[in-house]
Design a protein around this ligand. Structure first.
Ligand SMILES: Nc1ncnc2c1ncn2[C@@H]1O[C@H](COP(=O)(O)OP(=O)(O)OP(=O)(O)O)[C@@H](O)[C@H]1O
Length: 252
């Protein structure tokens, strides 16, 4: 199916639109279908969590929705741009400007200071960082006075706060977070989640979080469940117990 056969691109009040998104991987003579015809609209400022049993397609979902991998079929719009129609170079450039990432492993550059790490997405894009916005973010994630430190001088929780500020510095259309508290103890993880959630709400930042952890997913406005590469359910503002119960039913 060519892109022109699909319906029109999303309006500006859709941050991310997935249209009949599918991904198959070769597996010897057969194929594994990791995602099957996923369609979803995410509103600007929404905070959604993606959950599902192991192998249900969460990583594949994130990789496709964020433009880190190409679908076998279907389309991904970020804002009004169909990123599945872009060349590899163009999608990399687009991602740098319009998509933020927070990974479990922080991915900070060791020889750059906190401040330089936060500015990095702007510098890589050849843009001058907005110092005032940077300071707002630094204060908002609780790193005031720490911008001259190196990553080796930070705790895990502080390192992830840097990663959150770095993800927000470009004012991206959407931030994807992949197990953002997976490397932290529960208390620190809760604080970091609160920072992430608080910043997203304060700056009306669209946030898509992929996690195994019901406690983490319960901080989202909505939880979408994948099973066998399809959306199996949605819970609005659920408790972690409700999420855990649903996961058991889906065969966690
Ligand atoms: N590169 C690949 N090559 C072949 N199969 C793959 C590849 N990546 C994922 N798969 C398969 O696609 C399906 C979905 O995998 P995916 O990693 O998206 O699931 P997941 O929900 O993130 O799993 P987990 O919670 O265990 O990390 C699985 O059956 C997996 O084995």
């Amino acid at each position: 199916m060519t892109p022109s056969t699909f319906i029109s691109p999303p309006s500006v009040d859709t941050a991310v639109r997935l249209l009949q998104l599918s991904k198959t991987y070769p597996n010897g003579p057969e194929q594994i279908t990791a995602l099957q015809e996923i369609s979803l609209d995410i509103a600007p400022g929404a905070f959604i969590a993606i959950m599902g049993p192991s192998g249900s397609g969460k990583s594949t979902f994130l990789n496709l929705a964020a433009g880190l991998d190409a679908p076998t079929s279907g389309q991904v719009f970020i804002g009004e741009t169909d990123i599945t129609g872009l060349s590899l170079d163009a999608v990399t450039h687009f991602r740098r400007r319009h998509v933020g990432f927070v990974f479990q492993s922080y991915n900070l550059i060791g020889h750059l200071t906190v401040g330089e790490n936060i500015q990095l997405p702007m510098l890589l894009d050849g843009r001058r960082p907005d110092k005032q916005w940077q300071q707002t973010l630094v204060d908002s994630v609780g790193l005031t006075g720490m911008t001259e430190r190196l990553p080796s001088e930070l705790s895990g929780g502080q390192a992830q706060r840097v990663a959150i500020a770095r993800a927000l510095i470009t004012r991206p259309t959407v931030v994807f977070a992949d197990e953002p508290t997976g490397a932290l103890d529960r208390r620190t993880g809760d604080q970091v989640l609160e920072v992430l959630r608080g910043a997203a709400k304060r700056f009306t930042q669209t946030l898509v979080l992929v996690t195994h952890d019901p406690h983490v997913a319960a901080t989202a406005d909505e939880v979408l469940f994948l099973a066998d590469g399809r959306f199996a359910d949605k819970l609005v503002a659920p408790t972690s117990s409700q999420i855990a119960a649903r996961l058991v039913e889906l065969g966690r």
